[in-house]
Design a protein around this ligand. Structure first.
Ligand SMILES: [Mn+2]
Length: 326
């Protein structure tokens, strides 16, 4: 496993660094990416963070002017991946250009068995609650206290990926890192206000639609909802906004396996799944060439909308031993 000092050495050996996180970025993706960019700048490098599409949620929580959108491989001698480790998760518009990049650093907290890792001699993939904490370790490595701005980025990432200290990924370290970021000047109250205390009209409209269109299977243990391109138009939204509901469905009483299904292209749907502790989603996600963890995984499949219900029934039958003829 690559150490923090090896990562720093790699950064020091470069001149121009492009930083990326996964498409449909959440606050950990954006926070870790911007904090990593600033770390490179502290080390005297020319560094930029790239992001092409983001949800309204990200627009409200980050200054998106900090992101560059047009990426040209020839301008950079090092690429960094934050909060992802496979090129498949790059925004589509960067995938071709990225193929020209040879020199890659990975800083990620997702350990996904069977998932391909992009070729890199400098990959630090450690199971922490957030990628932001891995970037914080790099600041510790160079003996640099994060600025107030960087502390804000990292705190937003940490709070986002722990779902404000609610998920099962908590540890002593999570709270210690949070306390340290507070000491560095993270404006915790302001971050909470932006992330959780206000709901936009659009979010309200989406939430209303979501709860009004839930479909149950397997006696209420399986829950799904489908969003099509028509729905995006009707709701004046994009699937980037809809993705943010991935964690919502599994919170509903009695639900053990949830599917947030949304159209990503004319013939393809993305199935974003969550499950109760005892249901392992990895076998289905792997079979469908997707990825994820035991209780949170996703895949994309070519399918007609009319086939989705039957497919979900089929996929979940094994677990719930339901009658296939009902
Ligand atoms: Mn993350």
């Amino acid at each position: 496993m690559t150490s923090c000092s090896q990562i720093i050495k790699k950064i020091k050996g470069a001149k121009n660094i492009a930083v990326f996180a996964h498409r449909g970025p959440d606050s950990d993706a954006c926070g870790s990416m911007l904090a990593f960019r600033d770390l490179c700048r502290i080390l005297g490098k020319n560094a930029e963070a790239f992001c092409f599409k983001y949800s309204d949620y990200i627009k409200n929580n980050f200054d998106v002017k900090e992101f560059k959108s047009n990426f040209s491989a020839k301008n950079y001698d090092l690429v960094a991946f934050c909060d992802m480790h496979t090129a498949k998760r790059l925004d589509e518009c960067y995938q071709e250009e990225f193929k020209k990049c040879q020199n890659v650093i990975i800083v990620d907290h997702h350990i996904i068995s069977g998932n391909e890792v992009v070729a890199s001699d400098c990959a630090r993939i450690i199971p922490k609650a957030s990628a932001s904490q891995l970037v914080l370790d790099l600041y510790r490595e160079i003996g640099q206290k994060p600025s107030k701005q960087v502390a804000n980025y990292l705190y937003a990432g940490l709070v986002g990926d722990t779902n404000r200290f609610l998920n099962s990924n908590l540890s002593k370290e999570v709270f210690e890192d949070a306390t340290y970021l507070l000491e560095c000047g993270a404006d915790v109250q302001k971050i909470y206000d932006k992330m959780y205390r206000s709901i936009s009209k659009k979010e309200m409209r989406l939430t209303k639609y979501l709860y009004g269109h839930l479909k149950y299977l397997q006696g209420g243990k399986v829950l799904y909802i489908i969003f099509t391109e028509k729905d995006y138009k009707k709701l004046d939204t994009t699937f980037e906004d809809i993705q943010l509901f991935s964690n919502t469905l599994i919170q509903i009483e009695g639900v053990e396996w949830s599917f947030l299904v949304y159209q990503v292209s004319k013939f393809h749907f993305r199935f974003s799944m969550r499950s109760a502790e005892n249901i392992d989603l990895v076998p289905l996600a792997s079979k469908m060439k997707g990825g994820g963890h035991k209780n949170a995984a996703a895949f994309t499949k070519r399918m007609k909308k009319s086939k989705i219900k039957k497919s979900i029934e089929k996929w979940t039958n094994g677990v719930f031993n339901a009658n296939k003829n009902d």
